[in-house]
Design a protein around this ligand. Structure first.
Ligand SMILES: [Zn+2]
Ligand SMILES: [Zn+2]
Length: 212
């Protein structure tokens, strides 16, 4: 897919430094939001975050609203630097901060297993096989019943994508195979990660099988 103006390459020249942030109305519909991966329509406010790479320097774009929800610090820094043109109508920062609060609350409420995320570090271990889950690997949280004395409580345990089927099969697992795909889609923050996980798990994607 064309993604032409998401990374504007520049000649290596001593010329004017690009500001670390740029907020503007998208000049075309060709850029893609790095947060939600969808197209940024022409005229929509977008936040560019300067990336200095080996092949040039340019902006990676995000919908301004997406950036506020996922990386408010960058938005706040951009506002502090007044990284937008004079005539540009931008929402007040407080509005974007409210967006972030709402998104954070929604995320916290949705943390109901099963869900999938990328492991933020390499320090977690798979509850099924005991092996570490690599940083940025898909990590699936399943519900497990744990006995505390006479009480049984449900907590979330993390497993490798490849260990999901076997873990669901265990007696302690409180996540059902029925409706697993739908639940994973609903509970995961990132819809594309849910699809990726379901594709990797495979057998659960269409469970129970529609043709008996
Ligand atoms: Zn977006
Ligand atoms: Zn495992």
């Amino acid at each position: 897919m064309a993604d032409e103006d998401s990374l504007v390459s520049r000649k290596v020249a001593p010329e004017p430094e690009l500001a670390p942030y740029q907020i503007e109305a998208a000049r075309s519909s060709r850029s893609k939001c790095r947060t939600c991966r969808r197209k940024i329509e022409k005229g929509k406010l977008r936040l560019g975050i300067l990336l200095e790479g080996p092949f040039g320097t340019g902006y990676l774009w995000h919908h301004l609203a997406c950036a506020a929800r996922q990386r408010l610090e960058d938005v706040e820094a951009a506002y502090a630097q007044k990284a937008f043109g004079e005539g540009l109508k931008v929402p007040p920062l407080s509005e974007l901060q409210t967006l972030e609060e709402k998104a954070a609350r929604a995320r916290a409420e949705r943390k109901e297993p099963p869900f999938v995320e990328r492991a933020p570090t390499g320090r977690s271990k798979c509850k099924h096989c005991g092996e570490p889950i690599g940083k940025d690997d898909l990590r699936v949280a399943l519900a497990r019943e744990v006995a505390f004395g006479s009480q049984v409580r449900t907590s979330a345990v993390n497993v490798h994508v490849g260990c999901v089927v076997d873990e669901i099969d265990t007696e302690d697992c409180a996540t059902d195979i029925d409706g697993f795909g739908a639940a994973l889609r609903q509970n995961s923050d990132d819809a594309s990660l849910a699809e990726e996980a379901l594709a990797a798990i495979g057998v659960l994607d269409d469970w129970p099988p529609s043709d008996k």
